[in-house]
Ligand binder design. Structure first.
Ligand SMILES: [Zn+2]
Length: 119
């Protein structure tokens, strides 16, 4: 028999049923414990991982990368001023943290000042 979701062949006796559907072990586990939606970043990371590492950026993240690429690095306030998207500094810091997590950007100390630049 075959799993109704992923179509993989299930060994007789290993099949699971969930809401009337025959599922393989993996799909059954997934169906039983859907990814929590209260943590978008975890969901995003999990999806990214599943897709083989192809990172889907939000529009503002793409913009941040484009500006940093064009300028070779900026101080946070300078970067904020270059963005077409109107976001607050705390939002920008969150986006930066997400990008840093993906190893897309990093902070660099130049003298007394901290610049954000591409990884
Ligand atoms: Zn399956």
């Amino acid at each position: 028999m075959k799993c109704e979701i992923c179509q993989s062949v299930i060994t007789e006796g290993d099949e699971k049923t969930h809401l009337g559907r025959i599922l393989c072990e993996d799909c059954y586990m997934e169906a039983r414990s859907p990814v929590k939606t209260c943590d978008p970043w975890a969901v995003h990371s999990a999806k990214t991982f599943e897709n083989g590492g192809a990172v889907a950026l939000t529009p503002v993240q793409s913009e941040i990368l484009a500006v940093l690429k064009r300028t070779g690095g900026l101080e946070p306030a300078g970067l904020l001023g270059q963005l077409n998207t109107a976001i607050s500094m705390s939002q920008l810091e969150r986006e930066f943290a997400a990008l840093r997590h993906m190893e897309k950007v990093r902070a660099e100390k130049r003298g007394e000042r901290v610049f954000w630049r591409l990884w």
